[in-house]
Design a binder for this molecule. Structure first.
Ligand SMILES: Cc1cc2nc3c(=O)[nH]c(=O)nc-3n(C[C@H](O)[C@H](O)[C@H](O)COP(=O)(O)OP(=O)(O)OC[C@H]3O[C@@H](n4cnc5c(N)ncnc54)[C@H](O)[C@@H]3O)c2cc1C
Length: 385
């Protein structure tokens, strides 16, 4: 066996799986360690969105060009497939020339993104070591994609069955989703509803209750067999690319996350791809990421800082503006461009988000809220033995 072509990958999420698929296709012997006995156990069969507004190229074309097949549920949702509601409860419909996002499922169900990527990894010959939690690697090269290690933003929601037709709804209102948003996604008899919080985690239950009331006030929807879930994401003010030359960090574990709204899947897949490319073509991983992911990542932090300063009045203003465009994709994309103003805000926000977002208000004792379960865990360092 050619030992120079032996790679250890830790974590079978979108980042680790993408890196595995690409390296394996290029003839590398990939050992992929996953702490659980299946993929996607961080998730709950909930629907998420592959955003399609921040790049000129369509997201599905980006994935296909990387060599990732679309063998999972991936349903396009255009602007006119749903609505947005601001705090004033005005129903806003936006127009798009292409899908606003692709609805995907997360978890271990047959059609999930996680299972689709797993199938591609198996087909390309990746050796998957299930139930193996790896906290250190003896010999590099290795790629670590172990997901978030702390909660900078949390989500509380439910998945349920419903007879309602396919629809999406986005809600902006600090009373139900502080500095974030709540969302409903319905697809072929299944639905996900959740509210996201970038602050005041200890009142997660209160916001969730209010968000559900808000949903019920704008839509009649049956909720069959509801199952609650909680989740969290983390982002860094600057990504952590590697530890020595031997260990590359990918996905959310490296801090590749959309700091504005938590749309991290595309970053996870792309960083997995660039890690694989850097090994195959002996390129500098940090350089590749800084060139291809850096500008958007930095702007997303600047956008987070700006968004966090919006009041409810600001949300209503933004939505009423978006409603007027013939196509909201170009103006949305414009906000991800690295302009001089965004560069200045990035420098400010880098300082603001220097330390982890710690919810000092959380005084819960013996509590099982999303924050208590995850937020207090410091970001884990991956060791080289
Ligand atoms: C509720 C919720 C909704 C979201 N919605 C969206 C959305 O709509 N759009 C979007 O783009 N993003 C969304 N995100 C974010 C997105 O899910 C993540 O950014 C993405 O999954 C990150 O992928 P990853 O591969 O880095 O990590 P993960 O998907 O977390 O995968 C990490 C894997 O590593 C394994 N692992 C961890 N530690 C070890 C270890 N020591 N040894 C072995 N294995 C280990 C884990 O078990 C897991 O399988 C959402 C997140 C949440 C919580």
């Amino acid at each position: 066996m050619d030992t120079t072509k032996q790679i250890t990958i830790v974590g079978a999420g979108p980042a680790g799986l993408t890196a595995s698929i690409i390296l394996s296709k290029f003839g590398y012997n990939v050992n992929l360690y996953e702490q659980n006995n299946n993929v996607g156990l961080r998730f709950n069969g909930d629907f998420q969105g592959l955003e399609n507004w921040s790049d000129k190229e369509d997201t599905l074309d980006i994935l296909k060009n990387l060599g990732v097949r679309i063998n999972f549920l991936c349903q396009p949702y255009f602007g006119n497939d749903g609505f947005f509601y601001g705090p004033n409860l005005k129903k806003i419909k936006v127009k798009t020339s292409r899908p606003l996002f692709y609805l995907i499922e997360r978890g271990s169900n047959e059609n999930s993104l996680d299972r689709g990527l797993l199938k591609q990894a198996e087909e390309s010959g990746v050796n998957i070591l299930w139930g193996q939690k790896l906290d250190a690697v003896k010999d590099g090269p290795a790629i670590v994609g172990t997901g978030p290690k702390a909660a900078d933003a949390i989500a509380k929601g439910m998945v349920f069955k419903t007879s309602h037709k396919n629809i999406f709804i986005g809600f902006l209102d600090n009373k139900i989703a502080p500095k974030a948003y709540a969302y409903l996604l319905v697809n072929n008899g299944k639905a996900t509803f959740a509210t996201c919080l970038f602050e005041d985690f200890k009142n997660e239950g209160l916001y969730y209750k209010r968000a559900l009331n808000r949903l019920d006030s704008v839509l009649t929807i049956d909720k069959i067999e509801p199952k609650e879930f909680g989740g969290f994401v983390n982002f860094f003010n600057e990504p952590k690319y590697s530890k020595s030359d031997r260990i590359l960090y990918v996905g959310e574990n490296a801090g590749f996350q959309d700091a504005l709204w938590g749309f991290g899947i595309k970053y996870a897949v792309l960083s997995g791809y660039y890690a694989a490319q850097s090994i195959i073509y002996k390129q500098d991983y940090k350089e590749l990421c800084e060139k291809h992911l850096g500008p958007k990542l930095k702007t997303s932090l600047a956008n987070r800082f700006l968004f966090a300063h919006f009041t409810n009045y600001g949300y209503s203003f933004i939505l009423s503006k978006l409603e007027k465009y013939d196509d909201v994709i170009p103006p949305l994309r414009k906000h991800y461009n690295q302009t001089n103003t965004k560069r200045i805000f990035y420098e400010i926000s880098k300082r603001r988000y220097k330390s982890r977002l710690i919810d000092k208000q959380c005084l819960h004792k013996n509590c099982d809220c999303v924050w208590c379960r995850h937020g207090k865990t410091a970001h884990g360092e991956f060791a080289v033995n």
